[in-house]
Design a protein around this ligand. Sequence first.
Ligand SMILES: [Mg+2]
Length: 233
Amino acid sequence: MSLRLIGFDADDTLWHNERFYRLTEARFAELLGDFAEPQDLSARLLEAERRNLGRYGFGIKGFTLSMIETAIEVTGGRVPAPTIQAILDAGREMLDHPVETLPHARETLERLCGRFRIVLITKGDLFDQERKLAASGLGDFFDAVEIVSDKNRAVYERIFARHGEGPERALMVGNSMKSDILPVIEAGGWGVFVPHELTWAHEHAEAPEAAERFRRIGHLGELEPLIEEIAGG
Ligand SMILES: [Mg+2]
């Protein structure tokens, strides 16, 4: 059965993203240097983010609120207002960061476009993801864009049914084992993992090495040949 739909993750698959989180986290550590060690701060921040995911969802706004919450926590409620202001400014700066596409992203989309249904599947703040897609210049390659609150099996099944012909004939490409690969394989689709040097701790998971439809590539330049192989086989 040949492939019909190719899904692409956006952040750190098509363009850089995590690096802006890391830069902001370094700034956050600097701001609270008098109260906590950077490592401890990072651990507490990650805890706060995880705690808040169910309410705030993924994205920069939730991250900013989690930084403020962590700042209140580590200062025992004594965080000065100018520090909170600096955290808010850092979050706002992230929402304006330039979009830099990753190597091979554009050429790969160019080659696949028209031959398959190409769908961008991403989670995060709606405004921010729309802004990045527009700024990336890649928008025209996609037949559809799905900005979802979470990436799980049910969400993929719905997207693959709506835009393609079900998971059997769908392939998803992404840098998050947990969000882009595991649920797609579980649904019966192909999962192509393209690691990025920086990936948020929350997105780490064991690779499904034994799964028949799991593949790993070094960079997006290796995607089209792999798809030829799968589509032809
Ligand atoms: Mg990603």
